[in-house]
Design a protein around this ligand. Structure first.
Ligand SMILES: [Zn+2]
Length: 101
């Protein structure tokens, strides 16, 4: 019975998840490791010539970055995606964004 009192506090998170399921088109890119996302990665890496768009390093461990964070309304469009090296550039950007929210 104690769990029942916790439920209202969990509601805001649940509401967001429900909204996501109403927009199947915007969900396809969220499953990392899924085939469409991996294909997208390769496309952007190729476009950016496997070069980190922040520090200019070529090769190494690269990651696909949303220039405008998805949480802030960024899209999956090519124009909002860029290649960043995993560390430090992407790690720092992700950290910075987590501080801003
Ligand atoms: Zn970099």
């Amino acid at each position: 019975m104690a769990l029942k009192t916790l439920r209202p506090r969990l509601q805001p998170i649940k509401t967001k998840a429900v909204n996501d399921t109403h927009q199947p088109k915007s969900r396809w890119g969220h499953g990392r490791g899924g085939r469409p996302w991996r294909r997208k990665r390769d496309e952007i890496f190729l476009r950016d010539k496997y070069t980190c768009q922040n520090c200019g390093r070529v090769g190494g461990e690269l990651e696909l970055d949303h220039i405008v964070n998805v949480a802030k309304g960024g899209t999956e469009a090519d124009s909002n995606l860029q290649t960043l090296c995993k560390s430090p550039c992407h790690a720092e950007k992700t950290h910075r964004e987590s501080q801003e929210i």
